[in-house]
Design a protein around this ligand. Structure first.
Ligand code: NDP
Length: 303
């Protein structure tokens, strides 16, 4: 009888809006232990996906060959490393740590150095494609790592990723993700400005959108998001505006670190920050457009 290849033991920490469907894909191919700050979410996930729920980060990563995190910011990832119940207390030398948080490049580098001292390989691997992409297993994964770590990471990331790209050393994935989301935020704000003006002028939104999407001003926002989420007025909650504000803030700090003046994206960052202050921590990112609608006294809807 041919011996079967041992199934890897993985740990996933952070079962939020996007972490949960990513972890669900991993549970289909690997032995998986999950941890979540709100323990009930981990227990519920474990019951639904044949995974184990751990009580602490240390317990989750004990015996794991690969650890994945997906938390709001790098600060939460760094905070989980320390303490008697922290990740470093349980992680074995030789393990691989993949941080799928949309973090910042400097923190990623700092985390990488700390883990290297513990004999653990690290890659920052933020994802793009939204909760729909996570559920479909078609995320784009932007990886910062050395070449050997990328090789090890690729088959794991393929469980939820379709396009998995190595962009450079640790930090490179986070830098690209921040730039991507800075552009996303800008497209959202710019679309809202243009379309509330059109609505006010009485141009029908549905037809205007169809024409835009056959013209040169179209974007992922106008093609992929506005039809089902804005024109319908549905505004589902899939990605917190607070996280997009965090991302464009990372991008602005990244531009500063490179000595690049970025007046347009800096202004978009201020506007997104103001929207966060007005709408709160739980608002969806497209509610920035709803705020523009409210301020203009119009709605961008299919009539
Ligand atoms: P959510 O806000 O839905 O979930 C955040 C997760 O982090 C939850 O599991 C939450 O636990 C946990 N968490 C929050 N604070 C802490 C803390 N202090 N210590 C430990 N755990 C904590 O975020 P998302 O899942 O949407 O996003 C996760 C990351 O993925 C972010 O960096 C985001 O920018 C990125 N991302 C999200 C996308 C999306 O479409 N949602 C798309 C692409 C990237 P608890 O359950 O207890 O609240």
């Amino acid at each position: 009888m041919t011996p079967t290849k041992a199934v890897k033991q993985l740990a996933f920490l952070g079962l939020g809006a996007i972490g949960r469907p990513m972890a669900a894909h991993l549970a289909r191919s690997y032995r998986l232990t999950v941890w979540n700050r709100t323990a009930a979410r981990a227990t519920e996930f474990a019951a639904a996906h044949h995974a184990q729920a751990a009580r602490t980060p240390r317990e989750a990563v004990s015996g794991a060959e690969v650890v994945l995190t997906c938390l709001p910011t790098s600060a939460e990832v760094e905070a989980l490393l320390d303490g008697p119940e922290g990740i470093l207390a349980g992680l074995a030398s030789g393990a691989l740590f993949l941080d799928c948080t949309s973090g910042d490049p400097e923190s990623a580098q700092r985390i990488g150095v700390r883990l290297a001292k513990a004999g653990v390989a690290f890659a920052d691997c933020p994802v793009s494609g939204g909760t729909n992409g996570a559920e479909a297993g078609t995320l784009t994964v932007m990886v910062g790592a050395d070449a050997a770590t990328f090789e090890r990471a690729q088959p794991i990331l393929a469980a939820f990723g379709k396009r998995i790209e190595h962009l450079g050393p640790v930090g490179a994935g986070s830098a690209l993700k921040a730039v991507n989301n800075a552009l996303l935020a800008t497209h959202i704000l710019a679309f809202g400005e243009g379309f509330v003006a059109l609505a006010k002028a009485g141009v029908p939104a549905q037809k205007a959108l169809e024409v835009l999407n056959a013209s040169s001003g179209r974007s992922f926002v106008s093609e992929g998001l506005v039809p089902d989420r804005v024109l319908t007025g549905a505004y589902p909650k899939t990605f917190r505006l607070a996280l997009l504000d965090k991302d464009i803030g990372i991008a602005v700090r990244f531009f500063e670190s490179q000595g690049i003046a970025a007046p347009l994206l800096s202004r978009a960052s201020q506007l997104m920050h103001e929207a966060r202050a007005t709408l709160g921590e739980d608002a969806d990112y497209l509610e920035a457009i709803r705020l523009q609608e409210t301020r203009a006294g119009v709605a961008i809807r299919a009539s």
